[in-house]
Design a protein around this ligand. Structure first.
Ligand SMILES: [Zn+2]
Ligand SMILES: [Zn+2]
Length: 100
């Protein structure tokens, strides 16, 4: 089996009661990780996965694990997140400027 970075989506595989897992949706892969609750999956925090929008690799955090189809921070559309990204980019530019 080839190595790949899992691309996760939330699935309910429970029969009598909900049982949420983050499952890899790439063809031929049966990997999944059980979630603690519908909106939290501590086992995957800090793990690398593939963004459901841009297909780039990114490190999952609590924010992305609340999504049914996790996306990287640059694909998040909430204005709040955009502000955070903008600030992060600003500081990165600043640091680069100081290093040069
Ligand atoms: Zn996989
Ligand atoms: Zn993305």
């Amino acid at each position: 089996m080839s190595q790949h970075v899992h691309k996760y989506k939330r699935v309910d595989i429970g029969r009598d009661k909900p049982y949420y897992v983050m499952q890899c949706c790439l063809p031929g892969c049966t990997h999944y990780t059980p979630m603690r609750t519908k909106l939290s999956c501590p086992a995957l925090v800090g793990k690398i996965s593939v963004c459901n929008k841009c297909n780039d690799r990114f490190e999952m955090d609590r924010r992305s694990l609340r999504q049914a189809k996790p996306t990287c921070s640059s694909c998040v559309t909430s204005p709040e997140q955009r502000e955070i990204d903008k600030a992060a980019r600003f500081f990165a530019t600043l640091e680069k400027g100081l290093a040069e």
